[in-house]
Design a protein around this ligand. Structure first.
Ligand code: GLP
Length: 240
């Protein structure tokens, strides 16, 4: 069973996870981080600016979970742009060592396999940050995703496109496809840290942490992993 840490607020959750990441980077400058987008991990990245201050981060590597497919290059909401803005620049990481799946449509048929090879060549992700969608998705592994899945192209559900519409001018501008690390990829990380804040996530958290192990709740895959930490506020923990 996952270790569940209930925190007062998201800032406290960000502190706990940032402290653990700083500890890893101090002990291994070549730490490989699994990065997530969405609003949930932002307090972690904010707290990291303080916790990584004075630590050599030049060798840190990172792999984002996912990317939209076919989003215009340079679009501010591409996950490459988000990771650059929210993680790489504020933390002073080497952009060349931080990877996102290639969502450009040229060569999309090889992009999943290339990404898997790059993660493997890095030695694997040491700590994977995860948020969770209201429908239980992790990365962009929507309900029905195989627990053994690798990085591949997926179709976004209507629910996820609506949830993410707030980042775009309208829901029609939200891409329909994505490329995401698979559940099998995520499970190969050495430590999974799933964060969730707010009552809107309570059902998804309960289903993932202590519900049935089922492809209908992709987040339930974390139950197959031997080292999982779940960091939630009271509201997100309310259905546990
Ligand atoms: C997005 C991302 C996920 C994220 C989730 C929740 O679609 N692909 O990685 O965990 O939805 O987002 P938020 O943290 O903004 O609630």
């Amino acid at each position: 069973m996952a270790e569940v840490i209930i925190v007062n607020d998201k800032a406290a959750g960000g502190e706990i996870v940032a402290r653990e990441i700083a500890r890893l980077v101090r002990s291994n400058p070549e730490t490989v981080l699994g990065l997530a987008t969405g609003s949930t991990p932002l307090p972690v990245y904010e707290a990291l600016t303080k916790h990584l201050d004075g630590i050599d981060v030049s060798q840190v590597r990172g792999f984002a979970l996912d990317e939209y497919v076919g989003i215009a290059a340079g679009h501010p909401e591409s996950y490459r742009a988000v990771i650059t803005r929210e993680v790489v620049e504020p933390l002073g990481l080497d952009a060349a060592r931080i990877h996102t799946p290639d969502g450009s449509t040229d060569g999309i048929e090889h992009a999943g396999e290339d990404y898997e090879r790059a993660i493997e060549a890095s030695g694997g992700v040491d700590l994977q940050i995860l948020g969770i969608g209201t429908d239980g998705h992790i990365g962009f592994n929507e309900p029905g995703s195989s627990f053994a899945s690798a990085t591949r192209v997926k179709t976004l559900t209507a629910q996820t496109r609506e949830d993410n519409a707030r980042f775009f001018a309208s829901v029609d501008e939200v891409p329909r496809h994505c490329i995401t690390q698979g559940l099998g990829t995520i499970l190969r990380a050495k430590h999974l840290v799933l964060l969730a804040f707010g009552g809107g996530k309570a059902k998804a958290v309960a289903a993932a942490v202590e519900g049935a192990l089922t492809a209908s709740v992709p987040g339930s895959a974390i139950q197959l992993h031997p080292h999982v930490t779940v960091v939630v506020d009271e509201a997100a923990a309310s259905e546990l």
